[in-house]
Design a protein around this ligand. Structure first.
Ligand code: COA
Length: 140
């Protein structure tokens, strides 16, 4: 079945958002926390396989010249069908006039390089779970 792409947060199953993030090994929170994060974002994209949420991504931005992409994830059984690319392209359609930053999960750098992103030499982060992220290879 063809995947469908929507931008609205209305009707999203936020428990499934947490579940998908958990399944792909990304940070996940209580459903209402994801709802708050997505609803406060500048741009959101949700991928549906039929009626079932299969992936998503979001960008925060000032709308003028700076933006950041977070929470790009596609269910393992739907990966490799172009959904990840479509998610990022849909977000870039909204924030492509800005500088766009993100941090890739270790091993996913090539995915973003294909979409025009380049490694930053001076990127710095102050993570809440700093020890865990260091262990997972995000920081020195
Ligand atoms: C990263 C992720 C979103 C990619 O989604 P996807 O739907 O499988 O990606 P697509 O099918 O759209 O692939 C787009 C392109 O990237 C390439 N690609 C996908 N994963 C890649 C990787 N890990 N390294 C290099 N290239 C990759 C594909 O081959 C494809 O190339 P093409 O356009 O030249 O054919 C998905 O694998 C995922 O959710 N992973 C787990 C969560 C995660 O790590 N998210 C990123 C957090 S920063």
């Amino acid at each position: 079945m063809e995947l469908e792409y929507r931008s609205e947060c209305a009707g999203v199953d936020w428990a499934r958002v947490a579940e998908i993030l958990r399944r792909v090994g990304m940070a996940h929170h209580a459903p209402e926390v994801h709802r708050a994060a997505f609803e406060a974002s500048y741009a959101t994209v949700f991928v549906y396989d039929g009626d079932v949420l299969a992936g998503f991504g979001r960008a925060i931005s000032d709308g003028a010249y700076q933006a950041a992409i977070y929470d790009c994830a596609v269910l393992p059984e739907c990966q490799g069908r172009g959904a990840g690319r479509r998610i990022v392209e849909a977000l870039l359609a909204r924030v492509g006039h800005c500088n766009v930053i993100l941090y890739a999960a270790p091993g996913k750098e090539g995915f973003y390089e294909r979409l025009g992103f380049r490694r930053m030499r001076t990127g710095m982060a102050r993570f809440v779970n700093a020890d865990a992220l260091r262990e997972r290879g995000f920081t020195d």
